[in-house]
Design a protein around this ligand. Structure first.
Ligand code: BTN
Length: 286
């Protein structure tokens, strides 16, 4: 193991073998150099955001993983169930990006998760706009983005990724009920595959994909269209599996997504409304 090149913080010695498995396939151009692997934390996202407050100038991307989150955060302030067996991680990246480009990170994260699921399990996931990963009409993974901005630019970005992999489905359902959350359909990779997956292999594969996408981002023009096209393909495919419902003010309607722009806004065709609408805010999806 190339320990001299890496900073690794573990809460238990046994976790070293998991990290070894994760980084065993990485090459020298792998950008994630700092790993925190915790048994339990309130939220890897909050832990990562704390790290961004104290970091210095010379900063390499960081990975924070935890076996359990006691207070996992979902989008729109929702609770995210994170019992043992699932994959709960946050990535810290330093950028100097215009806020309009933020959605690119949503796209690469959702694509990275879908591609890893496909390769590791053979299951076919879809992306429900903007970035929920579904298998067989049930939510399997979710992504959360937090940013620190400075002088109108994004300074740090924290990408939180939660994958229901080997966690017990019944625990997710009980945990959501205990925390008064709406019971939307959920599933786990274990439930769909009828066997456990190797979380360390999944994380290694996911980080490799994220690394590749992030490095390609140097060639912005090509990558933007490439990422956007891959993402758009999956969103258009999702129309076949998901009924999209939106709410603008008091007006609720169902519709079909017909286009996605690079900023993540969508064009929705609504037979009920009899027109096509541009929707840019995730708050407008039900
Ligand atoms: C969603 O609502 O779909 C987003 C869920 C994101 C969950 C992940 S798990 C790792 C990271 N830490 C958190 O507290 N949340 C994100």
């Amino acid at each position: 193991m190339r320990t001299t090149l890496w900073k690794i913080v573990l809460s238990k010695k046994k976790q070293i073998s998991v990290i070894e498995d994760i980084i065993s396939s990485f090459s020298n151009d792998f950008m994630f150099r700092e790993f925190y692997y915790l048994d339990q934390v309130s939220s890897t996202q909050d832990f990562a955001l704390e790290i961004t407050k104290s970091k210095g100038e010379c900063f390499s991307p960081v990975v924070v993983i935890s076996d359990i989150q006691t207070c996992g955060k979902g989008r729109k302030g929702k609770y995210w169930s994170s019992t043992e067996g699932g994959i709960w991680l946050s990535l810290i990246l330093e950028t100097a990006l215009e806020p309009e480009k933020l959605f690119l990170f949503m796209m690469i994260s959702a694509l990275g998760v879908c591609e890893t699921i496909e390769e590791e399990t053979g299951l076919i996931p879809i992306i429900k706009w903007p970035n929920d990963v579904y298998i067989n009409k049930r939510k399997t993974a979710g992504i959360l983005l937090d940013v620190n901005t400075e002088l109108g630019k994004i300074k740090d970005i924290v990408i939180g990724i939660g994958v229901n992999s080997n966690n017990e489905l019944s625990h997710v359902v009980d945990d959501l009920a205990a925390n008064n959350c709406d019971q939307k359909p959920v599933t786990t990779l274990k439930k769909e595959l009828k066997q456990e997956i190797l979380n360390s292999k999944f994380i290694g594969n996911l980080l490799l994909r994220m690394n590749r996408y992030l490095q390609e981002m140097d060639n912005m023009l090509f990558v933007e269209s490439n990422i956007q096209n891959n993402y758009k393909k999956r969103i258009l495919e999702s129309n076949k599996h998901i009924v999209y419902a939106f709410k603008i003010g008091d007006y609720e309607f169902e519709g079909k997504i017909v286009d996605v722009a690079v900023d993540g806004s969508i064009l929705v065709e609504s037979p009920l409304a009899g027109k096509t609408l541009r929707i840019s805010s995730v708050n407008e999806i039900l």
